[in-house]
Design a binder for this molecule. Structure first.
Ligand code: PHB
Length: 389
């Protein structure tokens, strides 16, 4: 009980909130517990999501459906699932957060899912990409992407563009395994052949893997590595002379992440990837988003993690408008199902069947535009479902 509040007033407040249920009282603060790696090897994801959430609040105001939004940011420091779970528990129990959000990597989303289930707290996955994440709790909704969804268009494009033999190299955990399986399934069904290897998630050394990929003499190497790792891959690809040996680099857009793409330099030019977001996406919504994001963040270019965070807030705001400010788990999830809006990425819908995102996926090529490297979109597969179909 708060010091200084007369006992009868405190009891009245408790009784009122019990009567109205969670989130129903006007002007009541609504706390969102945002958990992301803000330090450590995946800090770029946290930095991007945090900046995007702040931008959304600055643009849309911090009051929605009579609720004043307050974001409580927690740094889970990298791949530390027990830390993520502890923060989720403390946020719900001690801080009375009514929504959990963020989740920079798949193991961190898995770790928080039981907390969301137990407390019936909506949990918005803004970053992680393994397909089965929403199956871990009925209160999970996702605004990022899935790896099958991002990979299938790349595999199909490769099969149709004279690439016959591919070496897949993925990070050895959930999203990498989804990418590998999807690539193999789609590419071999379309006549291609695949060799595969997996790189550890922690402290990866790409050199021996890229060398093995080169020795296998494929037409292309398909890469999935989590956001932030692309530069290290690109460096090895260049140093070991794969391009000179006639081996193409293809992948999901995680490897040519907008956050670090411009610093990769010439070796990245010509890389073809499939993905849901490019900072060069030529829509008015995206141009406004990129300009505002860069202005608010000292010129930092938004990447796909930023868009997952921005749209996570859009989902929260739109669902709250429908529930009249209630965050009661089942009510909130029901309101979120089927929501559809125009994101900086293009059109997106929350699939009522899976609580996951249905979105367009683009084929892109790294090109220099006005002196800077960008993923320039040249083709689009409309409304791809989470399973890549
Ligand atoms: C994940 O852990 O799910 C993840 C992280 C970074 C990515 C993609 C997927 O770029």
């Amino acid at each position: 009980m708060r010091i200084g509040l007369p006992l009868h007033a405190a009891l009245a407040a408790v009784a009122l909130s019990a009567l109205l249920g969670p989130g129903a009282s006007a002007q009541q603060v609504l706390k969102i517990g945002l958990i992301e790696p803000m330090t450590g090897p995946f800090a770029s994801t946290g930095k991007q999501v945090d900046a995007a959430v702040k931008l959304y609040l600055a643009e849309h105001g911090d009051v929605v459906a009579g609720r004043k939004i307050e974001v409580l940011l927690r740094d889970d420091t990298g791949v530390a699932p027990e830390t993520t779970k502890r923060f989720a528990q403390e946020l719900v129990t001690n801080d009375h957060a009514e929504i959990l959000a963020g989740f920079g990597l798949t193991p961190l989303a898995f770790a928080a899912a039981p907390v969301a289930s137990e407390a019936k707290t909506p949990m918005i996955v803004m970053s992680a990409g393994t397909l089965i994440i929403p199956q871990r709790s009925p209160y999970i909704l996702r605004t990022s992407f899935t790896l099958p969804q991002q990979t299938a268009p790349m595999a199909l494009w490769a099969a149709k563009h004279d690439i016959k033999k591919v070496y897949t190299l993925v990070t050895d955990y959930g999203p990498g395994l989804d990418a590998e399986t999807t690539f193999k399934t789609v590419f071999t069904a379309n006549g291609g052949a695949v060799d595969s290897a997996r790189v550890p998630l922690n402290n990866p050394d790409y050199a021996p893997f890229i060398q093995r990929a080169k020795d296998a003499k494929p037409d292309a190497v398909f890469i999935f590595v989590p956001s932030g790792e692309g530069s290290a891959v690109m460096k090895q690809f260049a140093e070991r002379g794969l391009a000179a040996a006639g081996i193409k680099l293809i992948g999901t857009g995680d490897v040519t992440d907008d956050d670090i793409l411009d610093s990769m330099g010439d070796p990245a030019l010509g890389t073809i990837t499939s993905h849901f977001y490019s900072a060069a996406h030529p829509s008015p919504e995206n141009k406004a988003f990129v300009a505002a994001f860069e202005k608010a963040n000292g010129g930092m270019r938004p990447n796909f993690m930023a868009v997952g965070g921005y749209d996570g807030m859009a989902l929260i705001y739109e669902a709250l408008k429908k529930t009249g400010g209630s965050t009661e788990g089942d009510t909130f999830v029901a309101a979120a199902k089927g929501l559809s809006w125009t994101s900086p990425r293009g059109p997106m819908t929350i699939d009522p069947a899976t609580r996951d995102v249905i979105q367009d996926v683009y084929l892109r090529k790294v090109e220099r535009v006005n002196g800077h490297l960008y993923n320039v979109e040249f083709d689009r597969v409309a409304a791809v479902h989470p399973d890549g179909k």
